[in-house]
Design a protein around this ligand. Sequence first.
Ligand SMILES: [Zn+2]
Length: 281
Amino acid sequence: MIKKLFIATLFTFTSSHLIAAAYPTINPVPGGIATIDLGSEFKPSTKVYFQKKRVLIKRDENNAWQALVGLPLKIKPGNHKVTIVKNNGTKSIRTFAVADKDYETRHITIKNKRMVSPTKKDIDRHYKEKPLIVAALKKWSDNNNVQTDFTSPVKGRFSSIFGLKRIYNNQKRIRRHTGLDIAAPQGTSITSPAKGTVIRTGSYFFTGNTVFIDHGQGLITMYCHLNKTDVKAGQQLEQGQKIGTVGMTGRVSGPHLHWVVSLNNTKVDPKLFLNLNDTKK
Ligand SMILES: [Zn+2]
């Protein structure tokens, strides 16, 4: 069964990757993306839900409708379900398989104690800011043409991968890295990876100067630790448009972009949206 699942995964990956180079790359593992072919069941008014969260629907390269499901890092490998709700209220269930993935563990030593164990004041500030961040990542906007082939927001080295298990100063707790870090000098331009609308900008304890972009149907991107922000809430963006510059605001040890991609309010691997041959410069 496990072997079969692996082969099926490999086949899906290779076929979508080589034949049409469609993005995101489908990789149904924790932190990855599953695809459900909606076929004849689909009507424009149909809604698809995974774990009660609405899911993005788009046409694939063959013009067939599919649902793209963001899978949490904590999801258990095995079979999972989406619920398809038609306009008249009829529900149907579709099953899909999630394979396992091993993520690397890294031990990190940080000398600045406040960065590992924030003070009570820091934590109080974080709890005031958290609802704004949660609301931005939860946003749903209807959009029939969501752009999912991204360009890299910064040209630079991936200094910390998505999903990494990080243990700080030998503390017991494992923290997962839920974004992709791209290292670049302070002041390097950050650009929007796709068409979208700025949801909000702000300055937060952990993430520093931050920008949230809504690309439609629950596909949200977040940019952290900016030196300068060049956009405002409500602003429409084109792919490649500058949104700010790389900095080291918030809880960081050096200049880099911490980039988050969220699909159905679930943080997934940003690399799945990139043509990696384009980013090697
Ligand atoms: Zn990061």
